[in-house]
Design a protein around this ligand. Sequence first.
Ligand SMILES: *Cc1c(COP(=O)(O)O)cnc(C)c1O
Length: 389
Amino acid sequence: MKVPLVDLKRQFASIERDVRAQVDEVFASQRFILGPKVKELETRLAQYVGVESAVGVSSGTDALLISLMALDAGPGTAVVTTPFTFFATAGVVSRLGARPVFVDIDPVSFNLSPAGLAEFFENETDGAPSGPRLKSTGEEVVAILPVHIFGQVADMEPLVDMAARYRVAVVEDAAQAIGADFKGRPAGSIGRAGCFSFFPTKNLGAAGDAGFVSSDGELGEKITRLRVHGGFPKYYHQIIGGNFRLDELQAAVLLAKLPLLEAWTEKRRANARAYNGLLESSGPVREGLVSLPKVTADGKRPHVFNQYVIRAQDRDSLKEHLAERGVGTEIYYPVPLHLQECFAPLGYGPGSMPESERAAGEVLALPVFPELESKEIEYVAECILEFYG
Ligand SMILES: *Cc1c(COP(=O)(O)O)cnc(C)c1O
């Protein structure tokens, strides 16, 4: 049997007619830039996330970039985030000339540790109640950037409390968490802005690059201007933006897919439960050789399983064993960001973020996409048990 990590062809087979019909409408209209499809999608996304504004942008990376631009992150400022995430989360901070500051993760959720964040504000900043500054450089902390990693919402309550106390904005990297909630509040509606990606393998994927930013109306207006080079009215520029537009064709594809997101999310969760059921009382899990993902956040649907990530002893050999048996897996992420070569000037060394470093050596993502069949999940579980004998 062959079980790929993701198989987008299976999904396309079930939606092909709707997607083609939507895309045909765009070709018939020849309106490719910021047309009615983008507008309609933005209206639906704002409803879905429960926010005043949803602005379609060119990618999840650009959603992060434009949000931080709107909040005036730049030279002389710092943004606090997790090192256990996709590169874009911290890359955008540096691209704006701001300093990424890393706080280690909670080992159970893999998300930014609230205790670590409290320690950071107390020990590494001057603790000023409005715009605390880093003791080391004097840079002003303007935002906390938690990531809802693998689809599980970060522990937002203490984060939001700290942000209010120090008057720092919260920007959620919700790229992996569309449809998740924290105590009934949708991911992306809790901070000042939420950044989403429609990369094809995200829970809602476009036919290429796309993303959006959720926010209140005021910030949404600024982001809408930044998306078109900051021009408002057209050709008059008080601020400098860029070309961050969502393509009309991508919006058309996403309009065809959005009605199915709820069902796909439930399938992902059911697949995660199936793995749990097959593995939780097995030898390797009881002996601590494998640990299964834990839902620690409080909510109706706190985890939407963009990835189903286990920790495994002898992870690299397990990955090889699974590959030999036709099972696709991936390591998200092998090098925590504080140890990336390009961030060496930030001065973090090995051992400075021990939980992120340990996670990087142990994690393995298993296939969990919605169209996965029970017999495939059973096969993956069997192959794991076989490896540990
Ligand atoms: C996918 C992803 C991004 C970037 O999104 P793109 O659409 O690929 O630019 C950012 N952050 C996280 C956590 C992601 O998973």
